[in-house]
Write a protein that binds this ligand. Structure first.
Ligand SMILES: Nc1ncnc2c1ncn2[C@H]1C[C@H](O)[C@@H](COP(=O)(O)OP(=O)(O)OP(=O)(O)O)O1
Ligand SMILES: Nc1ncnc2c1ncn2[C@H]1C[C@H](O)[C@@H](COP(=O)(O)O)O1
Ligand SMILES: [Mg+2]
Length: 194
């Protein structure tokens, strides 16, 4: 595994629910051709498959809680292996959600060269998610679950930013700006890697 992805860049994309991670990842894919792997999307695909495991996952996600580390890490690892021969970069969106996830990822897969910290105010994230919920079909885009996801983000995921800041790989991106302006800063952070 380590061998197969040795030339690929690994970028963690971390930020609160609705901060704009997925939106920015799509634009990175369009400009740089990197592989976008969203842990939430992988989990939702498992739910959509109708499997027994998917049913268990859905119950957890509907409550705004985190699914077990091994489940999500195995999914990401399998998806990375599937793309290892062709991918020049991986955007790992929505992972790590807690410091332990980052540590386990590094043990089993490799080290990130950059963490894009997509930062928006709590009230902005709630507004965006409520709006997205009008059309997304996501079971967790409702007022009650959004509050739980936000609380969990501040409690469990913000320490991830502190952890990687000490490593010097965090770029904080102001996601209060219009999408294209946010992307300008994201692109600068990626270009600075070269
Ligand atoms: N800079 C922006 N300005 C205005 N709206 C934005 C901006 N970025 C994203 N949005 C919109 C698009 C979506 O409807 C919504 C949430 O964005 P999205 O990229 O899906 O967030 P996310 O991937 O961080 O959320 P989640 O963690 O729930 O998956 O906000
Ligand atoms: N990295 C993750 N660890 C545990 N649980 C996760 C992870 N990524 C997504 N999930 C679960 C819990 C989240 O509330 C939902 C939706 O994720 P999102 O990144 O908002 O699409 O999935
Ligand atoms: Mg997303």
């Amino acid at each position: 595994m380590a061998d197969k992805i040795k030339d690929a860049k690994i970028i963690f994309v971390v930020g609160g629910p609705g901060s704009g991670k997925g939106t920015q990842c799509e634009k990175v894919v369009a400009k740089y051709g990197y592989t976008h792997l969203s842990s939430g999307d992988l989990l939702r695909a498992e739910v959509a498959s109708g499997s027994e495991r998917g049913k268990t996952l859905q119950a957890i996600m509907q409550k705004g809680e985190l699914v077990p580390l091994d489940t999500v890490l195995d999914m990401i690892k399998d998806a990375m292996i599937a793309k290892a021969d062709v991918s020049k970069g991986f955007l790992i969106d929505g992972y790590p959600r807690e410091v332990k996830q980052g540590e386990e990822f590094e043990k089993k897969i490799g080290a990130p060269c950059l963490l894009l910290y997509i930062d928006a105010k709590g009230e902005t994230m709630v507004k965006r998610l409520m709006k997205r919920g009008e059309t997304s079909g996501r079971a967790d885009d409702n007022e009650e679950t959004i509050k739980k996801r936000l609380d969990l983000y501040y409690k469990a995921t913000e320490p991830v930013i502190t952890f990687y800041t000490s490593r010097g790989i965090v770029r904080k991106i102001d996601s209060e700006l219009p999408v294209d302006e946010v992307f300008g800063h994201v692109a600068k952070a990626i270009d600075d890697l070269k």
